[in-house]
Structures are given as C-alpha cells and as structure tokens.
Design a protein around this ligand. Structure first.
Ligand code: PRX
Length: 635
C-alpha cells in the first residue's frame, strides 16, 4: 500500500525519506494505486534541468476528468461535488452532485466540439466564480482542449494580450458579474479585447446578471440554449500524460505575462496527493478555498485536487465584506465547512473589523485552516488561530507558486507542529535548497538564502507557452541544475522554512503577483510621463502596496498633480486591472541610477518604506543628488 494519507510526524519523516531516496518508485506507487489510467507509463520520470525538459509518466494515457468525475459515479454519484454560494446571500446556494457535474461537463464539452474546438486548441475562459467556470475548465479537459482562464478582474488590454499570446479560438464569458453590491460589465470588456483578437471565432456567453448586452452576429451566442440542446454524455478524449492541460498566465520581471504550461498526468497526481494530505480531507468533509479559479490556487485546490479525491468543494461568488464583514463566517456556519483556505490579505482585512462578526457564527465545524499567496505575519496568524480556529484548528501556511502547480512547503495538519510565519517543512517529494549569491548551496540550519528546488516534482510547469528560452532563463539559469523560485527563505534551527519574500522585481499585493515592468510600461504610455519606477512598501492589509516614482515630460510639468495621479491609475486600470493601481505617486525630477543606467530600486524601496537611516553608499550613483530630493518630497 502506498502512503497516500500521512497521519503522524514519524510517518511524515519516513515517507519523506522514501520519496527523496527513490522518487520514481515513490510517485509510481501513488500514481498506480490512486488514479485511473487508460494505459500505464513506459517511464516514470525523465528530466534535465539544463534544457530544461521534465517528463512524468511518459507514455501513459488518461483523461483527468475521468479521475475527477467518472470514477466517482458508482460510489459518489449523489454526493455533492460543488457547492455554489452566490454573491447575494438571499439567493439560494446550489448543490451539484457528481452525477450532475458529469452531465453538465459533458454538455459543455459537446457545445465546444460543435463550435470546432479540437484536442490541443486553446480556449480562453473569462468568467466570474459561477459553476460554469469550473464546468468550462473541466469541459476543456474532457475534450483535450487547453484552457487558459483569465481572472475576470483583468482589463480588456490584459485579456487581449493573453488571448493572442496563446492563440485562443473561442472565449467563454458571461454578460457580467456581481461584486458585492456592484456589477461588472464583463461582456463589454470582452468586446473591447476582441477588437484586437482576430483569431477568436466564437464567444459563448453565460447569463448571470441579466443586463442588456451587445451580441455580435455570427460570433456571440448565449450558452444556456446550446447546453440545453447538447447531448448529455461526452466520451473523454484520451490524452498523453505529458499533453498540456492548461495555460495560466503569471507576471514576470519583464513586460509580457508568462503563460505557464501545466501538463496532465503529473499535475493530477500531485494536486490530488497534496490536497488529501495538506487538508487532511475525509470523505464527508466540506472544503472551501476562497481563491478565484482565475489563479493557480483555484485551479489546483478548488477544481482538480478536490475533485480528484471525490471531495465536496465550495465555490464562492462574492467578497468577504458583502453584505457585511461576517460573510466568510456565515458561509462556514451555513455549509458546515471543515477545511477553510484563504489569503493573509483577507485575514488582515477582516481582523480590522469588530470581533462580533466572527463571534456570532458557529465555526465549530472547522478542522483545518489554510493560508496562501504571501507571507502571513504573526499578528494575522494569531488572529486567525484564536478567533477563527479557536486554537483547535491547525493553520497550514502553504508556500507554492503558479509555476509549481501544487503546494511545496507546508505543515501537514495534526502532523507537523506549526510555528507562526513558518511554512515549516517541505512536502513529500520536495527537495528545497538555499543558495548564496554565488550559486553555492548553503547547507545546515539557521541559514538564509535564495530558495531553489533541486529535483523535479510531478506538477512543475513544463514550459512557458511559445517561449521555452524564457522558461529556461527565468527558472534554470541562475542556479545550475536547480529550479529557482524567485523567493528568499530562511531555515531555522529545527529545519523549518520561512519565506522572506521575493528577491526579484515581482511584488505581491493582496496576494496578487505583480511585475513592476508591465505597470511601468502602462504608466509610461501616459502622454505626460517620461519615465517611472515602481516599488513595494509595507501595507497593513495588502501586505505590500505600490509606490510609483514618476518623471514628467516638460508638457506634463504644468498639469494639476492630483488629476495626473488619477489619470495614471486609470491608465493602469485599463492596461492591467484595478489590482495594480498605485497607492502613492511621487513626481520626481530623476530616478537614482547606476552608471550603467540601471534604476537602484533598493534605494527607492527604502524611501517608500520610510526607512532612510541606512541607504548604503549612494556616491557611486550617476545622479546622487536626486536621492535627497526624493527623500525631501516623499509621501
Ligand atoms: O512569493 C511567494 C508568494 O507568492 C508567490 C507565488 O505567487 P503565485 O504564482 O501568484 O501563486 C500564489 C498562490 C500559490 C511566491 O513566489 N507566496 C505564496 N505562498 C506563500 C508566499 N509567500 C509566503 N508564504 C506563503 N505561504
């Protein structure tokens, strides 16, 4: 029997050792015993981080939806697969059984096929958190189409860039979305995006908010009538383990978003196995992850991981503050949620509210609390532990990335003793290493360095869509024979890991991964702007907020500064989305640069954080005089 479900610390260490001594044998056993394959693999793993090329379960055939749906039908057909909790608490929640999920995914898959979507084609999904989103994802997987979900908070510009980068031929969207007491015109955003996307032939539109929208003849169709007419069964396409399952875009240090490509077999095995252990999921539990399916957390731990385990997974359409700040706690009570997985930014925002919002709800169903997306500070950790978990539910601080596909460093609840702010120990099969700046591994404990992973795990992204060189350069060149995460970390005296944050030009704002370059590009397109630099600074709810230093052109100098600030943020909203707006904008006459012309962000970061006591040596700068001016006018 494989060690599918770890139950105590000794077992963790024993299984961990086994998983790193002979990874192939370990993962083969897990894959063989817990999944259905149409054909077994010829080879468990082949890899070469210098190319880089990584293949798991090569030669195996499967369809991930048979693992997430069909195989559960004999035993769990009437079990709820998805609970849909709408934005408005007065609207009834929906319970979708595995039987119903099978039918709805099949119908959607047949609609896609009827619209010419074939194996390997890319489909863009731009939907709010409604059941159609999960169903569309699974429908693509059913027929072997590659889904590219774009978070429905991204702007038309960001959407068109992503659609074109991966040549999507069809878009699935909705008339609009609810966000608290507001509505958002999603279809309008899609229409604008598609002016730049000649490759998109069809748009399928789910009805959600019932507003009047434009439907372009020959291109746009309402989804529901098509689903009603479609055949309720769809034969699953047989895929290779290494066939792409999806593309998901993430920010990078340079302008263009990176379309991370995840493949089928390894991703399935790893997300399912981590889900089972990191949340200690038991058969009748109700699991809720508050992420959006537009992010990797939603892909791996709302859709694929839970469903591959036959779990009940809750999808929440709304926001934590609507109709009031008790909404999360009300939903936990209402659906008797057992595992709750959210982001530090949400915890910090809710911790600012009156405690009565939490106290009036019965949270006794909770067994495990999770945190993801950014470091959780000590105060937020304790608030979560004391007031939500009542010191009874372990907190799993899970560190991972879009690129890793699944959770990498994490406690296992009821197994690993937790310490606030520590992601603790590597998950089974994960071999972390800390590196110094010269590229040497720092061994031993009580050390700090750049976090790398030495050995492949089944869910590692295989490439960047259309740009394998960038994949190699970004992740595999800084540290030879290692995957470089872009994060710094420390390892304490007992070997626990604590993530200290990004060491590159990516800034995590409210758990969202934002690259500085695309934001600067957006600002620089404003006609009054000559140049700009963005840095992060600590923010008590968002973790980090964005601080922009902007040099104006001569023509901009006479303009009203507050209006300019508004216009710059509007520009960012249009190019990327409101999540990338700047909290502070300082107009400067120059930016501190090295003699080779590189902006010294370290100095700007310190000024933005109001930490000017130790700016280091500025005399080697090309323009040291600008530093004092920036300090004098700092916001
Ligand atoms: O810096 C780390 C931070 O989020 C980055 C990955 O962002 P993304 O690809 O959007 O995926 C987020 C959800 C998995 C990481 O490089 N991060 C994620 N989880 C944690 C974290 N930082 C500290 N602690 C965490 N638990």
């Amino acid at each position: 029997m494989s060690n599918y479900h770890i139950k105590h610390l000794e077992e963790y260490f024993q299984v961990y050792r086994k998983s790193v001594r002979n990874p192939e044998a370990f993962w083969e056993e897990i894959a063989e015993e817990h999944f259905v394959w149409r054909k077994k693999w010829n080879n468990v793993l082949s890899w070469d981080f210098t190319k880089p090329e990584i293949k798991w379960f090569e030669g195996a055939k499967l369809n991930i939806t048979e693992n997430c749906i069909d195989r559960h039908l004999p035993t769990r057909g009437t079990k709820t697969a998805i609970i849909f909790e709408p934005n408005n608490p007065d609207e009834e929640a929906e319970h979708i059984t595995y039987f119903q999920l099978h039918e709805r995914v099949s119908r959607m898959a047949n609609v896609l096929k009827d619209h010419g979507v074939n194996k390997g084609d890319r489909v863009c999904i731009y939907l709010p958190m409604i059941p159609e989103l999960a169903i569309a994802v699974l429908a693509c997987a059913r027929i072997g189409a590659i889904h590219s979900v774009v978070f429905a908070g991204f702007s038309s510009n960001a959407l068109s860039t992503r659609i074109n980068d991966s040549d999507c031929k069809l878009v699935i969207t909705s008339d609009g979305s609810y966000r608290g007491n507001k509505t958002i015109d999603l279809k309008g955003i899609v229409d604008k995006a598609l002016e730049e996307c000649p490759g998109v032939k069809n748009v399928l539109v789910a009805k959600r908010i019932n507003t009047k929208i434009d439907m372009k003849a020959g291109r746009d169709k309402w989804l529901q009538p098509l689903l009603d007419e479609a055949y309720a069964d769809c034969v699953a396409e047989i895929m290779d383990a290494e066939d792409p399952l999806f593309i998901l875009y993430t920010s990078g240090s340079t302008g263009k978003p990176k379309g991370m490509v995840h493949t089928t077999g390894g991703y399935m095995v790893y997300t399912a196995y981590t889900f089972k252990n990191v949340f200690q999921y038991r058969e009748d539990d109700v699991y809720w992850c508050t992420a959006d399916i537009g992010w990797i957390t939603g892909h791996s731990y709302i859709v694929y991981g839970p469903l591959a385990n036959g779990a009940t997974t809750l999808m929440f359409e709304g926001i934590p503050s609507y109709p009031d700040s008790g909404r999360f706690w009300e939903v936990i009570e209402k659906h008797k949620v057992n595992q709750f997985y959210t982001a530090p930014t949400a915890i910090r925002a809710l911790a600012k509210e009156n405690l009565s919002f939490v106290e009036k709800h019965d949270l006794s169903s909770l067994k495990v609390l999770g945190s993801v997306g950014e470091p959780i500070n000590e105060e937020a950790w304790h608030w979560y532990n004391n007031n939500v978990g009542k010191k009874q539910s372990p907190i799993v601080d899970t560190w991972w990335q879009t690129e890793t596909g699944g959770i990498m460093i994490t406690p296992i609840p009821y197994v690993t003793p937790t310490t606030p702010t520590y992601a603790t120990l590597p998950f089974i099969g994960i071999q972390p290493a800390l590196m110094d700046e010269e590229g040497n591994e720092i061994k031993g404990n009580q050390v700090e360095g750049r976090l790398c992973i030495k050995f492949p795990w089944p869910a590692i992204a295989r490439t960047i869509w259309g740009d394998h060189h960038r994949y190699r350069d970004t992740y595999f060149t800084a540290f030879k024979n290692n995957y470089f995460t872009g994060d710094g970390a420390l390892r304490d005296a007992v070997g626990y890991y604590r993530i200290t944050g990004r060491v590159d030009d990516v800034i995590i704002v409210s758990g969202h991964n934002l690259g500085t370059a695309p934001i600067e590009d957006a600002i620089n397109e404003h006609p009054a702007v000559a140049e700009s630099a963005i840095v992060g600074f600590p923010h008590d709810v968002k973790g980090n907020a964005l601080y922009g230093y902007v040099i104006l052109k001569e023509t901009g100098e006479t303009r009203d500064r507050d209006n300019l600030r508004k216009e710059i943020n509007q520009q960012i909203t249009e190019h990327i989305g409101p999540i990338a707006k700047l909290d502070k904008i300082q107009f400067v006459s120059g930016l501190p640069k090295t003699r080779s012309g590189k902006i010294m962000r370290r100095i700007l970061r310190k000024i933005a954080s109001n930490d000017i006591s130790n700016l280091g040596d500025t005399s080697t700068l090309l323009n040291p005089e600008v530093v004092q001016e920036i300090i004098d006018n700092a916001l």
